[in-house]
Design a protein around this ligand. Structure first.
Ligand code: CA
Length: 236
């Protein structure tokens, strides 16, 4: 399971230690020394998770967490606060600012990776290795195998990621911008019509088992993956 993780930490030795361990575990690591740098990185690429130090020069980690939570684009990015503070009230403040979890320094790399995995499982199921199934359509992230009513369905890596995201976020409308952020990790340098191209390919791949109707075009808004979809709205 590989995720893009933004590490916001001003102490170089700690940042380096975290980065090395995350890279070794197969994650892509983005690094920032303060909230300002972090903001620039987040604007360019939406991370799957943010490891956020509490005590930062300039804007504090708590302030930055609240900022991420108040912005539609970053509202759902999981945040784990890193801190040297052990006061119970601090933990409450951190969680109220929008952090999903909290880890106290010093921590072992093993503990950090376990916390990251737990938070991602809870907040971003498309990034875990759990098999998902919707209406007879089954996707296995480990073997990269997709079956529809036990027929093997063949598709490219982008369609696979798109389908994985849809199947773990059903019944919601996703705009093209949101899909670019979630599936491509980039909404700035990839054109929105790229999404339409891959949706078309994905529908094509799902035709064999009749699951193409699960992808609904919501005019002027984006796409929805709906297990309750019958057959009327799917075309565009
Ligand atoms: Ca610090």
């Amino acid at each position: 399971m590989s995720s893009t993780i933004l590490v916001v930490e001003d102490e170089p030795a700690i940042a380096e230690l975290i980065a090395v361990n995350l890279s070794f575990a197969g994650h892509k690591v983005l690094r920032a020394m303060d909230a300002l740098q972090a903001r620039t990185l987040v604007t360019a690429e939406l991370p799957d998770l943010v490891l956020l130090d509490w005590m930062l020069p300039g804007k504090s980690g708590i302030q930055f967490a609240a900022e991420l939570r108040s912005d539609d684009r970053t509202r759902n990015v999981p945040i784990i606060m890193l801190t040297a503070r052990t006061e119970e009230q601090d933990k409450v403040d951190g969680l109220e600012a929008g952090a999903d979890d909290y880890i106290t320094k010093p921590f072992s790399p093993k503990e950090l990776l376990a916390r990251i995995k737990a938070v991602l499982r809870r907040r971003a199921p498309q990034l875990t290795d759990d098999t998902v199934e919707v209406s007879g359509l089954k996707l296995d992230p480990v073997t990269h195998r997709i079956t529809g009513h036990d027929k093997v369905l063949d598709m490219g890596p982008t369609e696979f990621r798109l389908l994985h995201f849809f199947m773990t976020h059903t019944e919601r409308v996703h705009s093209r911008t949101q899909l670019l952020d979630q599936v491509w990790g980039d909404h700035v340098f990839v054109e929105e019509r790229t999404v339409d191209v891959h949706i078309r390919r994905l529908r094509q791949a799902l035709t064999l088992s009749g699951h193409d109707n699960l992808i609904e075009t919501v005019r002027g808004a984006g796409y929805r993956f709906s297990a309750t979809q019958t057959s009327s709205v799917g075309s565009y």
